[in-house]
Design a protein around this ligand. Structure first.
Ligand SMILES: [Zn+2]
Length: 355
């Protein structure tokens, strides 16, 4: 990070007021017709393909009057040849006013933020963070419920591997929710998240089916159960079937204003017969990627009002450290990145991937 710029790398560095500020900015910007970013160039640098996220950022930039450049690894030959990430970032900052970065490596966006004098937005780094997805999830709930406080929220499906659910829980901790984790035992939410909730005195329940608590939910956040997580097809079929939402098992059995969210794409976990019911918010949710990404771009570029550059709560930087996360950008040999640790709340963690 250079001074006097604000990046959006992880929501962990935003407090409650700042998260609400971004969400309320998005509400206002969604009605804004001014080309706030006219004469700006936004670069979408996708070192791994993600058509939905890239298209959403590009649409947001174009709607604000900006021009867009960049690449997607599926078409970018130089990236496929293994062009050095750091060199690409150092070069692209001269072609751009803001870098939107997606990488298969944890910590890549953080590394980019240290190399670039232009603001960096993380559009997904490995299995680490994807702040725009979490913000648009919160935005969709806020827009409909007019509040994020004291809601009863169920997360259903693969809660072990689902990055979107983990990030959502971390953001919801500010809003006194009651949480329900509904998953087969082998895919239940990792213990470390439950410990965090215990420390914050946030109440939660664990279940292996949703029927018994369905009538309590204000929001049901569905995730995809991926076939490759199971040892056998039979095991998968058993679980996939018992975690399918259908008109028959939802409508009339939940609150009349219960929202169903899903990060998409879905396979069979939400039956098509639910799409035309008042509970279906997943397409609206995907569309809300536009106002949220408009707000993120406008805010980091100081064109709406500015997110303040922030001193992080780093107490000490420790260079006598080796990151053990094999997916971390600092472990990619061709990047020549010096390992670094920060000490946060007494714990030593990798500066880049925070593992
Ligand atoms: Zn690391």
């Amino acid at each position: 990070m250079r001074e006097n710029k604000r990046d959006i790398i992880t929501l962990r560095e935003f407090d409650k007021e700042e998260i609400l500020y971004i969400l309320h900015s998005a509400l206002k910007i969604s009605q804004e017709s001014e080309p706030l970013l006219k004469s700006h160039i936004i670069s979408t640098l996708f070192f791994e393909p993600s058509t939905r996220t890239r298209t959403s950022f590009q649409t947001a930039a174009l709607r604000l009057g900006a021009s867009v450049n960049g690449f997607d690894s599926s078409s970018g030959i130089s990236v496929q040849k293994g062009e050095n990430f750091s060199d690409t970032i150092r070069m692209m900052e001269y072609y751009s006013d803001c870098l939107v970065i997606r990488s298969p490596h944890d910590g890549a966006a953080k590394l980019a933020s240290t190399l670039s004098s232009k603001p960096v937005i993380n559009a997904g780094d490995g299995v680490n963070q994807h702040p725009s997805q979490t913000l648009l999830d919160l935005y969709t709930i806020l827009e409909e419920k007019q509040t994020l406080e004291n809601l009863e929220i169920a997360c259903v499906g693969d809660l072990k591997n689902g990055r979107t659910v983990h990030s959502l829980i971390e953001a919801l901790k500010h809003f006194s929710p009651k949480l329900y984790f509904i998953a087969p035992e082998s895919l239940q939410i990792p213990q470390k998240y439950l410990e965090k909730l215990d420390n914050l005195k946030i109440s939660y329940e664990l279940h292996s089916e949703f029927e018994s608590t369905l009538e309590n939910y204000d929001v049901l956040y569905m995730t995809r159960v991926q076939k490759e997580r199971f040892d056998s097809e039979v095991e998968y079929e058993k679980v996939a079937h018992s975690f399918q939402l259908t008109k028959e098992n939802i409508v009339g059995k939940c609150k009349s204003d219960m929202m169903i969210l899903h990060p998409l794409p879905r396979i069979e976990e939400i039956a098509r017969d639910l799409d035309d019911t008042p509970h279906a918010f997943y397409f609206k949710q995907a569309g809300n990627g536009i106002p949220i990404r408009k707000a993120m771009l406008a805010l980091v570029l100081g064109k709406y009002s500015k997110l303040e550059a922030k001193n992080s709560d780093v107490v000490e930087i420790n260079t006598d450290f080796k990151c053990h996360n094999a997916r971390c950008i600092s472990n990619v040999k061709t990047e020549y990145v010096a390992h670094r640790a920060i000490i946060k709340s007494g714990n030593k963690q990798c500066f880049f991937c925070e593992k």
